[in-house]
Write a protein that binds this ligand. Structure first.
Ligand SMILES: Nc1ncnc2c1ncn2[C@@H]1O[C@H](COP(=O)(O)OP(=O)(O)OP(=O)(O)O)[C@@H](O)[C@H]1O
Ligand code: SF4
Ligand SMILES: [Mg+2]
Length: 368
């Protein structure tokens, strides 16, 4: 599963030209399946005359067979990013940037085309399984509907067989019974597995999994992560995993992108970022983990609070909590600096910018 992947913030990082090269970059197309490319994606909500800039110009790529983990505290913009990729926000959201899967412009195609892509080529396993399931319909019917809609199976009987097989694959002990159940007859963990079964039902090229294992105990969590890994081995699925759990990131990520206040503040190969973090926020996140009182991998609070939703800030969003803050941090957004091959961090205080330091771009869109 863990084969290298290009991941950048804000602008494509390419070999040659004015952008820094990123060695160890795999071929973007390894299997004929598409790469999910996200460039300067922003999402702003308009609500009661206010603008809430929830996601600020994030960029990344997820290649076939690879796993990118979006990691960050609650409210950092992980779910808004995941839903924006699928165009699932309502009319109050303004989504900007470029999102492509292979040759397909996911933000540009018409609604009907997007409906055909959702589930079939890109599937979202949402954070709240209850919201994803119709409470008035049996679980089995909801899975077979997805299979029939995307012509994955030839007939109703095959859809039933496949749905039960999927329910078994996600670790549901009595899949036939679950098939006949209404969502409220299942536990939260079982509903979560049903939603995962729906997500993988059409063997999508990309799975966007938003905290898919948070409600599950550690054993089942490991089973689900193994299931994703098996899918990747078998089908070269690209996985974008959203989590606040550093343990999950350490277990499965090829690359990590750390989000803070709507921006990616650090990104790079998982081992590099998790073992040698170069942004004070990532350092604080990782330093906060290993205490005996804290469940495995759970983030504990870092002193202070992130900016409020809707609050604008001219400089670094972490300035109010950062032990290294300087006056200059509060005046302009910190640029992303390449600190190692493929490893970028948006903190020029810890990673000084010299005449020869590759600077990839601003870390928020407010300088554009
Ligand atoms: N529909 C909306 N309208 C206005 N603001 C929103 C909307 N959805 C999300 N937000 C705001 O966007 C910010 C990012 O939310 P998001 O749900 O992406 O956080 P998250 O990183 O997924 O957090 P968690 O770990 O708690 O799931 C939050 O400040 C949230 O209040
Ligand atoms: S730019 Fe300044 S405030 Fe932001 S993380 Fe770096 S040192 Fe801290
Ligand atoms: Mg979320």
């Amino acid at each position: 599963m863990k084969r290298g992947m290009l991941l950048t913030d804000n602008r494509p990082v390419t070999s040659g030209g004015t952008s820094p090269a990123v060695p160890d970059q795999p071929s973007p197309q390894t299997s004929g399946r598409g790469t999910l490319m996200v460039r300067e994606l922003s999402t702003t909500f308009r609500s009661s005359g206010r603008e809430i800039r929830a996601v600020r110009s994030v960029s990344f790529e997820v290649h076939p067979g690879r796993t990118l983990v979006l990691l960050g505290e609650s409210g950092s913009g992980k779910s808004v990013t995941a839903r924006a990729l699928m165009r699932l926000h309502g009319p109050r959201a303004v989504i900007q940037g470029d999102v492509t899967l292979g040759e397909v412009d996911l933000l540009g195609v018409d609604d009907a085309t997007m409906r055909g892509i959702r589930g079939a080529r890109v599937a979202l396993v949402p954070q709240d399984p209850s919201a994803a399931l119709d409470p008035l319909r049996r679980v089995g019917g909801q899975i077979t509907e997805v299979l029939r809609l995307h012509d994955v199976v030839p007939d109703k009987a095959a859809a039933r067989t496949r749905a039960i097989e999927l329910l078994g694959q996600v670790g549901i002990p009595d899949p036939e019974r679950a098939f006949r159940s209404y969502p409220h007859e299942l536990s939260g963990g079982m509903r979560q597995r049903v939603v995962i079964a729906m997500g993988i039902s059409c063997d999508p090229e990309v799975i966007i999994a938003d905290e898919p294992t948070t409600a599950l105990d550690v054993t089942v969590q490991a089973q689900i992560l193994d299931l994703f890994a098996e899918l990747q081995r078998r089908l070269d699925t690209a996985l974008l995993m959203v989590t606040h759990d550093v343990g999950v990131a350490a277990d499965i990520a090829d690359e990590v992108a750390v989000m803070y206040a709507g921006s990616i503040v650090e990104t790079g190969p998982a081992r590099e970022v998790l073992e040698r973090p170069r942004h004070p926020y990532t350092q604080a996140l990782l330093a906060a983990i290993p205490t005996p009182d804290v469940a495995r991998g759970e983030l504990v609070a870092i002193a202070g609070s992130p900016p409020m939703a809707g609050e604008d800030f001219p400089g670094c969003a972490f300035a109010g909590r950062c032990p290294f803050v300087q006056d200059s941090c509060r005046t302009s957004p910190p640029p992303l600096v390449v600190v190692e091959s493929g490893h970028l961090a948006a903190c020029p205080v810890i990673n000084p910018v010299t005449a020869t330091t590759p600077v990839v771009g601003p870390s928020t869109e407010s300088t554009r």
